[in-house]
Design a protein around this ligand. Structure first.
Ligand SMILES: Cc1ncc(COP(=O)(O)O)c(C=O)c1O
Length: 425
């Protein structure tokens, strides 16, 4: 059976398909897409939208990139998938080497996971197993900060912000973790890390790791905080013997102006999670990368088996396109490009504070955020934005963009003008 026309399959979608964070019985509307190329999304009715979202941080090179397509096509002819248990392949090994080469020197061991959430699950397991194998069997909890977001599986949810992560729905099943206040950096150079330190001091015997998104907290509030907080955090984690997991699934691959956001603090995590832009937004793939110290700790009881092994672990197509995406990024003047986007975002978005509905404007790297005083009526604002010829997906009180790095000055101007338009009206 095939669908006669667009409205037929769109109706079927509305009736039968769940979309992210929406109701099945009363869903938010969806816009049918025919294709995407460069920074342009073409809707089924022929309208073209400039993409401000990079498909949630991922499509850094834009859509339908010839080099990424070629990598997938070439790989397709040798194998699209092969199990990773007992077998290995060059695309995975090449990717592991690339990740080891571009991250901090102590990060030497790579677990290839099939989504960002799964890589966070793996990082959590690594941390718990690290302590368990060394006889610290009570160190099973995590400490994190409010306004964080780490994914949607249960363990990931347990370290998302308790309020906007909707912990209340899952009270009895979510592991109870420790929450410090969201990071704050003050004009005198100090931070609010004392509250986090107090929690560690009191509960260090139960805490395996601190998990945090470095420099930018993404979906939990699109907040930016200072590198100094991370420097303090690294010292405190060492002082109280807990591991530090940095979740760079959103911030990785240049988005904040450095290849990885942790570089701005000049620190090294014990475990680093990357995903999203890893494959240039073409396919799902993520990684948890860790140190020799963690690997040796996990093996300290002699067994040393990390208890995870997804069916599609290290999918060759995804690995090969990730290799192509990293090569493409590193061969481009991405620092200059991101700096240029940042400059334009600062110039063009800062004026949004003039609108009474706006609380604050925040920009870092290729990320621009306008926070409003009140929650946005997504359906209405989304329609207004589409009518302006842009794809920007607001959520909660936030109107934000993180465009593909290939965006031109005039395309970016179209995005910021659309934001002004909807805030004005
Ligand atoms: C910081 C962070 N961690 C984890 C995730 C989860 O990744 P995925 O959606 O690929 O499971 C996300 C996704 O938005 C994220 O932004």
């Amino acid at each position: 059976m095939s669908f006669q026309n667009t409205s037929a399959w769109l109706n079927y979608d509305t009736e039968h398909l769940w979309h992210p964070y929406t109701s099945m019985t009363d869903p938010l509307p969806c816009y049918p897409v025919e294709s995407a190329r460069g920074v342009t999304i073409k809707l089924a009715d022929g309208r073209e939208l400039i993409d401000g979202m990079s498909s949630w941080w991922a499509a850094i090179h834009g859509y339908n990139h010839p080099q990424l397509n070629a990598a997938i096509e070439q790989q397709l002819h040798s194998m699209s998938h092969i199990m990773f248990g007992g077998l290995t392949h060059k695309p995975a090994v090449t990717l592991a080497k690339k990740l080891i080469d571009i991250t901090a020197e102590p990060l030497q061991h790579v677990f290839l996971a099939d989504s960002g959430s799964v890589s966070v699950e793996v990082a959590i397991k690594m941390a718990i197993q690290y302590w368990y194998a060394q006889g610290y069997k009570n160190k099973q909890k995590l400490l994190t900060v409010r306004s964080g977001y780490h994914g949607d599986t249960l363990d990931c949810m347990s370290v998302c912000d308790p309020v906007n992560g909707m912990h209340s729905h899952f009270q009895s099943v979510l592991p109870k973790q420790f929450f410090a206040p969201q990071p704050e950096c003050f004009a005198d150079g100090s931070t609010n890390i004392d509250a986090l330190e107090q929690l560690l001091e009191q509960h260090q015997s139960e805490i395996a790791a601190v998990i945090i998104e470095p420099i930018v907290q993404g979906a939990g509030g699109m907040r930016i905080y200072c590198a100094h907080y991370l420097q303090q955090l690294r010292l405190i984690c060492d002082k109280y013997d807990v591991l530090l997991i940095l979740d760079e699934i959103a911030t990785g691959f240049g988005r904040t102006g450095t290849l990885f956001a942790y570089e701005q603090a000049n620190i090294v995590p014990d475990i680093l999670c990357v995903g999203k832009a890893l494959t240039g937004g073409t396919m799902t793939l993520a990684a948890a990368i860790t140190t020799k110290k963690v690997v040796q700790g996990i093996s300290a009881d002699g067994a040393g088996i990390l208890m995870h092994g997804p069916t599609f672990m290290a999918n060759p197509l995804a690995c090969q396109v990730a290799n192509a995406s990293i090569d493409l990024l590193l061969a481009s003047p991405w620092q200059e490009i991101v700096k240029q986007i940042e400059k334009q975002l600062k110039t063009e978005l800062s004026a949004c504070v003039q609108y009474p509905v706006v609380k604050e404007v925040r920009v870092i790297g290729a990320i621009g955020v306008v926070e409003l005083h009140k929650a946005i009526d997504i359906k209405t604002m989304q329609a207004d934005l589409v009518a302006q010829g842009v794809w920007i997906r607001p959520f909660n009180k936030l109107l934000y963009i993180m465009p593909p790095y290939i965006i031109t000055e005039s395309e970016l101007h179209k995005l910021t003008s659309a934001i002004h338009h909807v805030l004005k009206s």
